[in-house]
Design a binder for this molecule. Structure first.
Ligand SMILES: [Zn+2]
Length: 79
């Protein structure tokens, strides 16, 4: 009887291993959103660093305003 149980447990362990190696892991879909959150946070941090002395305002296409920081002009200049 103990032998039978041991065999069953071994089979169960093997099945679990196979499940972990399967491509459809429940953890996989959770990771990408976290990574994209990190990516979204990084540009904001980057904007502060190279924009020292400059406005650094970013336009829609990701360019940075080249006017001086706190420029009186209402429009930003991207060149
Ligand atoms: Zn600006």
């Amino acid at each position: 009887m103990d032998n039978l149980r041991a065999m069953r447990e071994a089979k169960y362990a093997a099945a679990q291993k196979r499940g972990a190696e399967a491509p459809t892991r429940p953890k996989a879909p959770v990771a990408p959103p976290l990574a994209s959150t990190v990516k979204r946070a990084t540009p904001a941090a980057d904007a502060a660093a190279p924009a020292e002395g400059l406005c650094g305002h970013r336009n829609m296409s990701g360019r940075t305003c080249t006017r001086e920081q706190g420029h009186p002009q209402k429009s930003h200049r991207y060149s």
